[in-house]
Design a binder for this molecule. Structure first.
Ligand code: ADP
Ligand code: MG
Length: 227
């Protein structure tokens, strides 16, 4: 019946995703294997340096996939618990500050209330914030500013992540969040798909505002924990 079909659809979707992820991981492994074999041959110093930097790039690529998917590796359902999001956001911001500074990016955090309680799976919410802020940093190749704002509006918790980056062209907006949609040389197009699913599992929504060469804002809206 319908429920069974639904399950089969889901399994098919999981199978496609797994095949896609396997492909994303196999490509860099194939490249690394090839260049490691070149390294074994007698080559000049310059050539060796070039091969090593390709290999390091590919290691980054695999590492990014693992990072974007980290929390989903745990096969349990999202566990919602009452938490204050302020320290959660502070934690993610300080985790990314070193990388941001290296790329000339400043991250600011502004909040309306000292405590903002929501029902959330803390690790998964951290994953979402990490993915959004990382994308913001990557959208500003010459540096810039990321502003994270948190507040309660109309009894809903709003977290906005704003960057001063390249923006998203109107015609690309519909592709945002599709698995494997990426415009980056070393991207995998999995981070937003994972993030949107996590927000959905929190009964929340994500709204995107973007202007070319001005920047992009990802607005997360989540139900507030009523006092
Ligand atoms: P990846 O970062 O590996 O490309 P994501 O799923 O995180 O995959 O993002 C998918 C695509 O969405 C990016 O390649 C980029 O084109 C676009 N995008 C996401 N965030 C931003 C942003 N803050 N500014 C501009 N483009 C963005
Ligand atoms: Mg990303």
């Amino acid at each position: 019946t319908e429920e069974v079909l639904h399950q089969q659809d889901k399994l098919a979707a999981v199978g496609q995703l797994a095949a896609g992820v396997a492909h994303e991981i196999r490509n860099p492994l194939t490249t690394m294997k090839g260049y490691t074999e070149f390294l074994q041959l007698e080559e000049t110093h310059e050539e060796r340096q070039e091969y090593l930097s390709i290999i390091l790039d590919e290691i980054d690529r695999v590492n990014n996939i693992v990072e974007d998917f980290m929390v989903l590796a745990k096969p349990k359902a999202a566990e919602l618990e009452e938490r204050d999001i302020i320290p959660i956001i502070k934690n993610v911001v300080s985790f990314l500050e070193f990388e941001a500074r290296n790329r000339n990016v400043k991250i600011g955090f502004e909040y309306q209330q000292d405590i903002i309680q929501i029902e959330c799976d803390e690790n998964r919410l951290k994953q979402v914030l990490l993915n959004f802020i990382k994308n913001g940093i990557e959208a500003m190749p010459d540096g810039g500013n990321i502003t994270v704002r948190a507040g309660i509006i109309n009894n809903q918790v709003q977290i906005a992540i704003k960057d001063t980056g390249v923006g998203i062209p109107q015609e690309k907006l519909k592709n945002i969040g599709e698995p494997f949609f990426t415009t980056k040389k070393n991207g995998n197009g999995l981070g937003l798909m994972v993030s949107f699913k996590i927000i959905e599992s929190h009964n929340g929504k994500v709204f995107i505002e973007s202007e070319l060469n001005k920047g992009t804002t990802f607005n997360i809206v989540l139900p507030a924990k009523s006092a």
